[in-house]
Design a protein around this ligand. Sequence first.
Ligand SMILES: Cc1cc2nc3c(=O)[nH]c(=O)nc-3n(C[C@H](O)[C@H](O)[C@H](O)COP(=O)(O)O)c2cc1C
Length: 185
Amino acid sequence: MDKYFRGTRIDADRFRDGMALLTGAVNIVATRNGEARSGLTASAVCSFSAEPPRLLACINFSGNSFQQIAESRCMSVNILAQSQEELAKRFANMLGSEDEDRFDYGTWTELITGAPVLTEALAAFDCAVEEMLVAHTHAVIIGEVKDVIVNGGVKPLLYSNRAFTTTKGEYDEFPLDYIIASPWH
Ligand SMILES: Cc1cc2nc3c(=O)[nH]c(=O)nc-3n(C[C@H](O)[C@H](O)[C@H](O)COP(=O)(O)O)c2cc1C
């Protein structure tokens, strides 16, 4: 085999077929640039480091939200609950019209950076943009986490095999002292 692995046996559709099987949490990444708020549904989000607290989001740079994040240098990452599927669809342009304000739905506030934060998200992270790596169609955006809301207590919204879903089984609301005592907190 060639040392540099030249050539490929796959195209974008085959790649998508594989990635469709990677089950992911569904989030809304949002920003405020002056008076303009924008945001999109994004599953390409993950923790980057805890010390210091950083996360990353992969955002298509041809979309409106990327341009606004690049200018405002702030973003929120809002982890959605199962009950927020409709909101996920609105922020992915799957529901509503192009000219509708996506922020007319849900309860939004601001913390430190000014990015809109969804108060009823499962958890929400208010971030300053620390780094952006642009490659091909997307940008990896590293967020310096300035503040966090932890709600918990309800099932997450997941996206798997091109459909919205959630976890199996029921669980009770986490008591706050559990969250504070958690080694991950
Ligand atoms: C479940 C789901 C996950 C998505 N994940 C991402 C993502 O991680 N990054 C991205 O750029 N777009 C993602 N999208 C597509 C955007 O939500 C969609 O293109 C949106 O309309 C872009 O809005 P904008 O033009 O305001 O940026 C996802 C869509 C869905 C339904």
